[in-house]
Design a protein around this ligand. Structure first.
Ligand code: ZN
Length: 126
């Protein structure tokens, strides 16, 4: 059920009133604090564009990764490519090499051993 923000013109208290779309504008409402029927709707700010921050939040939410399977190197490579694209930054050459090897089915641990510069692999979530 959608909720609507109101401010009471009588006591100035803000209240949230839950109404269905059918009820909205039809059903009489009153201030839960003083009983006044003189309530003014507060229109919230509408967010049009998703910010950079929320895009990164999406990335950190595993459920947004789709069919990501951390035990499947190919799935991991796919996710890493997606992440690289979403970040919109030039990833280091090592990143591409790791992704390429994952896609080729290489063992992530072996890749990590071959590339000590990865700093223990933490950067890539191994
Ligand atoms: Zn009131």
């Amino acid at each position: 059920m959608p909720s609507y923000d109101y401010r009471c013109a009588n006591c100035s208290k803000r209240s949230v009133i839950y109404q269905t779309y059918e009820e909205y504008g039809q059903m009489p409402i009153e201030c839960p604090y003083c009983g006044s029927k003189d309530l003014r709707r507060i229109i919230g700010r509408i967010r049009i564009a998703k910010s950079e921050d929320s895009r990164l939040e999406d990335l950190s939410d595993p459920s947004s990764w789709g069919d990501f399977d951390e035990n499947d190197p190919k799935s991991m490579a796919k996710m890493m490519r997606k992440m690289g694209n979403e970040l919109g930054e030039d990833m280091p050459a090592e990143f591409d090499e790791v992704v390429d090897r994952l896609e080729a089915g290489d063992d992530p641990e072996q890749i990590e051993k071959d590339m000590p510069d990865l700093g223990g692999g933490d950067d890539f979530g191994f």
